[in-house]
Write a protein that binds this ligand. Structure first.
Ligand SMILES: Cc1cc2nc3c(=O)[nH]c(=O)nc-3n(C[C@H](O)[C@H](O)[C@H](O)COP(=O)(O)OP(=O)(O)OC[C@H]3O[C@@H](n4cnc5c(N)ncnc54)[C@H](O)[C@@H]3O)c2cc1C
Length: 298
């Protein structure tokens, strides 16, 4: 219900970028859906209705209040959020990987820092010489000697992949959890949670049981759990990404710290980084790595 940072620029940019790469690869990389928000408690309902009164751009009333009665239990009614997007990473990432492999532009191997040689105007990694190297290594940045002082604040998230025969895949549904269609599969993504204290990145029994219990109470239809996923999000202490060239190593750059919003933020900031590298156009100071100049000189 709170508008995300720079929504006006970032969301339309993401829509265009995913469509462009989808057209290039001949796949559907993004789809637009509305989100049906089933109010989980009277307070949330009240806040939602107040936002509608304020003519919020994204939150709307949903006149067909009984439309979802055959599928869900929802005593407090629902509202609509639009426009929302689903980035189909499960389709995009394998297709992009294949494209890079076909062009011999991808080495599927672990990057070894000992093999990296930094020269005055170039970098060399094994038999590859380049002007610059950009690290997009997610939470592995903890082990990255150039960027490990950055204030990452990783958080763990889990999700279930569920099959719900008979549930229309025309909307994203929300009531505490998100239930989001994975088009073409008949399955839905049910997630997620946020944990800042964790010992590993493995799926937990607690989440499985909590999510299953929640879905049983919310859905009127039978469902089957197909998969259980868990991973760490590369979040940052001040919830802003890390973008740009290292303040003290001009041949080394980073695009990271996308946290809970990699799908929406990454296209926008990847473009900012590319524009900066090629045309010297400034990166948003709130995302630029220069803000950690002191920290990165230690
Ligand atoms: C449960 C969950 C739900 C989420 N939901 C959403 C959502 O709804 N919307 C949204 O926008 N975001 C969501 N996210 C966050 C999103 O997944 C991240 O922001 C995004 O994945 C970050 O992308 P990245 O490329 O920076 O890092 P990563 O996705 O972590 O990618 C880093 C890559 O670098 C590779 N790598 C690292 N080290 C090395 C090395 N030494 N050698 C070779 N390769 C290496 C890794 O293998 C990996 O492929 C969610 C995350 C989780 C866990």
């Amino acid at each position: 219900m709170v508008k995300v940072w720079q929504a006006e620029e970032i969301l339309p940019f993401a829509w265009d970028a995913y469509n462009e790469i989808g057209n290039f690869l001949g796949i559907t990389a993004i789809s637009q859906k509305n989100l049906i928000d089933f109010f989980p408690n009277p307070h949330q309902r009240q806040v939602f209705l107040e936002r509608i009164e304020e003519n919020d751009e994204y939150l709307h009333s949903y006149p067909e209040q009984n439309q979802f009665n055959p599928f869900f239990n929802y005593d407090l009614g629902c509202g609509e959020i639009r426009h929302c997007y689903i980035a189909h990473l499960e389709i995009l990432l394998p297709a992009w990987k294949q494209q890079l492999k076909d062009n011999k532009q991808l080495f599927e191997e672990n990057f070894e820092f000992e093999e990296l040689i930094i020269k005055e105007h170039s970098v060399q990694y094994k038999n590859v010489t380049a002007e610059k190297i950009i690290f997009c290594d997610g939470l592995s940045s903890f082990g990255n000697p150039f960027f490990n002082p950055l204030p990452f604040a990783p958080n763990k998230g889990e999700a279930l992949i569920v099959e719900v025969p008979g549930l229309p895949d025309l909307h994203i549904y929300k009531k505490g959890f998100l239930l989001s269609p994975l088009p073409g599969t008949g399955a839905f993504w049910l997630g997620s949670n946020y944990h800042w204290n964790f010992t590993d990145a493995d799926p937990t029994k607690e989440f499985y049981e909590q999510a299953e219990r929640h879905l049983k109470a919310w859905l009127k239809l039978p469902f089957k759990v197909l998969d259980h996923k868990a991973a760490l999000r590369p979040a940052t202490l001040e919830r802003r990404p890390f973008v740009g060239l290292h303040p003290h190593q001009k041949n080394i750059g980073i695009l990271n710290g996308m946290g809970t919003k990699g799908c929406s933020l990454a296209p926008y900031f990847a473009n900012q980084l590319a524009q900066n590298l090629v045309y010297n156009i400034e990166i948003d100071p709130l995302a630029h790595i220069n803000r950690f100049q002191k920290l990165l000189s230690l």
